[in-house]
Write a protein that binds this ligand. Structure first.
Ligand code: 1CP
Length: 340
């Protein structure tokens, strides 16, 4: 698989590409399947429909890897938290975690309750072409904790960060619980058939340097080390958004460093490419203009060259209203410009 080879820094015929949030509302086919499922969590819990939307961007865009269709918040939901996706607002937990008693109520067997995810993986792996990789994923312990503590998305993360500075042992206990659940969950995704895993630390950048390494990166490294110890052949991708100031301190046992769009790719290359493959990092809103896509791709390809170890991606997720033909244009352009 070209994608897996690139993650392991092996030679490939061209630079593989996939896009974060490549299954989603910008695809009319996704909107139709989601309408059929009723609501978002029902789509996640229906293995056949989750398989269908996972495969849509492979057929439509020609990307080199599929990412399992699910959400990072299925873990807290299966720990017993009351999750609702509110139209126009996003995810809401009606019972946020605020104290030790709230934490004690959470179940330890979320990895078993997530069997619908493993069922979806088995179906997808059966239907996906043999040369295309299937990426499994989870949220990072910190990013999950922000939703669990705040009760939803946040701009300031004030409740989580207040806990970080006033009751760090409670935050560490929440992160411990999330880390243990994530390791078990990702190992079961691998047993079900995924070819690589990515940990999404979307809100790592909410933390100052010392807090980032203590409350987010240390747990991400623990997850990757646990996976690599059991499955050295499975690439692990770590993606923390908003941490360009701390690149020189990135360490740990993993394969691919995911670069966000706010980080100049040449800086990421200089800081980590001697040790890790690099994934990224075109600014996602360039997808609104083919001219700007071309400019973005040419720059990234010039910096990363045709050496092994680059996976093309966006520097964060796709947006719901972007033109499908531009996404297709991006995939074709990356393949064309990087052919060895
Ligand atoms: O149909 C809809 O209206 C729901 C929109 C949607 C979708 C398509 C949500 C709700 N989740 C998803 C799928 C999803 N989420 C995937 C599927 C695979 C793919 O990439 O194609 C993945 C990998 C995620 C991961 C995810 N969920 C992250 C990490 C990645 C990132 O973008 O930073 C985060 C932070 C979430 C939480 C979440 N779930 C949904 C929304 C709208 C959000 C973000 C809310 C916020 O901004 O706080």
């Amino acid at each position: 698989m070209i994608f897996v080879d690139a993650c392991l820094k092996k030679q490939t015929p061209y630079t593989p590409i996939w896009m974060m949030r490549q299954a989603g509302r910008y695809l009319p086919e996704y909107r139709a399947t989601r309408a059929q499922a009723g609501d978002f969590m029902s789509l996640c819990r229906n293995a056949e429909l989750a398989c269908e939307v996972t495969l849509q961007p492979i057929d439509i865009l020609g990307v080199d890897a599929a990412i399992l269709f699910s959400d990072i918040l299925v873990i807290p939901a299966e720990m017993g938290m009351d999750l609702e996706f509110v139209k126009g607002k996003g995810p809401v937990f009606h019972d946020p975690l605020r104290n030790e008693a709230d934490l004690k109520r959470l179940a330890d067997d979320s990895d078993e309750k997530l069997s619908y995810v493993y069922d979806a993986i088995k179906l997808i792996r059966k239907d996906l072409a043999a040369d295309k990789a299937l990426i499994g994923f989870a949220g990072s312990p910190w990013t999950l904790a922000t939703y669990m503590i705040e009760g939803g998305g946040s701009k300031t993360y004030e409740i989580s960060k207040k806990m970080l500075y006033s009751n760090p042992s409670l935050l560490h206990a929440i992160l411990r619980k999330n880390t243990d659940a994530i390791i078990k969950y990702l190992l079961k995704q691998i047993d079900a058939g995924v070819n690589a895993v990515q940990v999404f630390d979307s809100w790592g950048g909410a933390l100052e340097e010392s807090a980032f390494f203590e409350f987010s990166w240390s747990y991400m490294k623990e997850i990757s080390a646990a996976i690599k110890a059991q499955h050295p052949e499975i690439p692990v991708i770590l993606f923390s958004k908003g941490i360009s100031g701390y690149l020189d301190k990135i360490d740990g046992t993993f394969d691919v460093f995911g670069v966000d769009w706010g980080t100049p790719i040449e800086k990421a290359k200089a800081a980590v490419f001697d040790r890790y493959a690099i994934q990224g990092n075109m600014e996602p809103t360039r997808l609104y203009s083919q001219e700007k896509i071309k400019e973005g791709v040419e720059h990234i390809v010039k910096v990363m060259g045709k050496e092994p170890g680059h996976i093309f991606n966006l520097g964060h997720g796709m947006l719901p209203d972007l033109p499908v033909e531009n996404a297709k244009y991006l995939v074709d352009l990356v393949h064309e410009l990087t052919r060895r």
